[in-house]
Design a protein around this ligand. Structure first.
Ligand SMILES: Cc1ncc(C[n+]2csc(CCO)c2C)c(N)n1
Length: 224
């Protein structure tokens, strides 16, 4: 049997370079120094609103596939409450950006959002519980770490500061800790083949997380 916390260290070392690349990305440095163009932030929030709708479904699939009652309850609660809290934040940020959640929902879903949500849905529908957990993990983990980093940096822009405060919130850090604990337990109960799948999905989802920031920075649209 492997040690769950050691496995978490391996998972983190697999995505550490992605975390470093995200912190150095002009979208993130722009959030904390206030230079991020509003258009890029608006693109991000609009695409993230699309993303969250599918992410809630992916978490519901994790709940369906979980092996233990406690994990069913945890993922079902995150699907219902944690995602809803983010959706509320987005609705209020969109209002301050001069638009609305309804208007944002009518905007096209851009290529990177389609790629990431399709990948998550396919992994969670088709894969084992371990695969589904591997795929959803970087979403929590990278946001918790990025939020903690940005909190110490802050932002002179009140709108960006509100976004940072939401992800640096201890409640948000605590949902991440719950998922990390569930992942550690799962690893202790899983085969080496499942460990390899968790690592593969953690890495691929981490890469999608980077792309998501980058697409907002580029104001990505469908070229045709
Ligand atoms: C692209 C993208 N990746 C991660 C998150 C953060 N996040 C979204 S749902 C969820 C689970 C609990 O709310 C977390 C941590 C985001 N907003 N957008």
């Amino acid at each position: 049997m492997i040690n769950g916390n050691q496995f978490l260290s391996t998972l983190w070392s697999d995505i550490e370079h992605i975390h470093a690349a995200v912190l150095a990305h002009p979208f993130i440095t722009g959030l904390s120094d206030g230079t991020l163009p509003r258009a890029a932030f608006r693109h991000f929030i609009t695409q993230d609103a699309h993303y969250l709708r599918d992410y809630a479904r992916v978490l519901a699939l994790c709940a369906t596939k979980a092996h233990h009652d406690a994990d069913v309850t945890m993922f079902a609660a995150h699907s219902a409450n944690a995602v809803a809290a983010e959706q509320e934040l987005h609705a209020s940020l969109l209002a301050e950006l001069g638009t609305s959640a309804t208007a944002a929902a009518a905007e096209p879903i851009t290529p990177t959002t389609v790629a990431y949500t399709s990948y998550l849905l396919a992994s969670a529908y088709r894969g084992s519980y371990a695969e589904a957990v591997g795929a959803v993990l970087p979403c929590y983990w990278l946001y918790a770490r990025v939020g903690a980093h940005l909190r110490s940096a802050g932002s002179p822009d009140p709108l960006y500061a509100r976004w940072i405060d939401a992800y640096a919130d201890p409640a948000f850090q605590s949902v991440t800790d719950q998922v990390l604990a569930a992942t550690a337990r799962l690893a202790e109960e899983s085969s080496p083949a499942e460990h390899a799948l968790i690592r593969k999905h953690n890495h691929t989802a981490g890469r999608h997380e980077y792309l998501f920031w980058d697409a907002a920075w580029r104001l990505e649209q469908w070229p045709v």
